[in-house]
Design a protein around this ligand. Structure first.
Ligand code: ADP
Ligand code: 5GP
Length: 215
């Protein structure tokens, strides 16, 4: 008789809030998208923004594009978990989707700036794991912004001008990755997620598991 397949031991754990920040063009959205494609356990927090939609972007997938008035309504009704003004536009994280995911122990990915990362860190430090992505050189950052070819020259210049001030916050993050080779940077992110999921503090199901084990 064939041996029974070993039962996979499932241990309940808290969801992870994976925060990824970088100066514009360093590659955080590319890394975030790859992670979403390859890891079914993690969901993306879709932000609201007053920024104009880029040609490649889809409403409700990349962002919820809203008017300034609608943004203020959401902010003033406490519907945003965090919000910030970045490169002259407003961005915010809808609270409800995060609370539902966290309540169900699901992981969530946040592509947000350092101001948002600070706010989540203050409110939910036990669940937040933060990663800062650096470009290999400033020249490469500039050429990536041009290669992306989705913003006007004026917007690119604003973003480049803001990049040094954004990079100055690198020390506030748990992990820092230099995105030179995309595959290596992605591997690093995957390793972080894998290890953070195994942290004892997040795995509240361990109490029951160990009790059963030694009973
Ligand atoms: P961000 O979200 O940080 O603003 P993006 O993910 O949009 O940046 O990346 C900016 C551009 O750089 C995109 O065209 C992307 O394909 C490219 N890119 C990202 N990572 C790398 C890399 N390691 N090497 C070369 N190009 C990259
Ligand atoms: P982009 O316009 O390139 O999509 O994003 C510009 C910046 O805003 C990026 O640094 C991005 O991470 C950040 N951002 C996007 N959504 C949010 C959000 O909900 N909150 C905050 N604080 N920043 C955000």
């Amino acid at each position: 008789m064939a041996a029974a397949a070993p039962s996979s031991v499932k241990i309940a754990r808290r969801g992870l809030m994976l925060v990824i920040s970088s100066p514009s063009g360093a590659g955080k959205s590319t890394i975030a998208r790859t992670l979403m494609d390859r890891d079914q356990q993690i969901g993306l927090s879709v932000s609201v923004t007053t920024r104009q939609r880029r040609q490649s972007e889809i409403e409700g997938v990349h962002y919820h594009f809203v008017s300034q008035r609608e943004f203020e309504r959401l902010r003033d009704s406490d519907s945003l978990l965090e919000w910030a003004q970045v490169h002259g536009n407003y961005y915010g994280t809808p609270r409800e989707a995060v609370e539902i995911a966290m309540g169900e122990g699901r992981d969530m990915l946040f592509d947000i700036d350092w101001q948002g990362a600070q706010q989540l860190q203050e409110k939910m430090s036990a669940d937040v794991v933060s990663i800062f992505i650096l470009p290999p050189t400033m020249a490469e950052l500039q050429s990536r912004l041009h290669r992306r070819a989705e913003d006007t020259e004026e917007v690119i210049q604003t973003r480049l001008n803001n990049s040094r001030a954004e990079i100055a916050h690198w020390r506030e993050y748990d992990y820092v990755i230099v995105n030179d080779d995309l595959n290596s940077a992605f591997d690093a992110v995957q390793s972080i997620v894998k290890a953070e999921r195994l942290r004892r503090d997040r795995r509240h199901g361990l109490f029951d598991f160990v009790e059963g084990l030694i009973a």
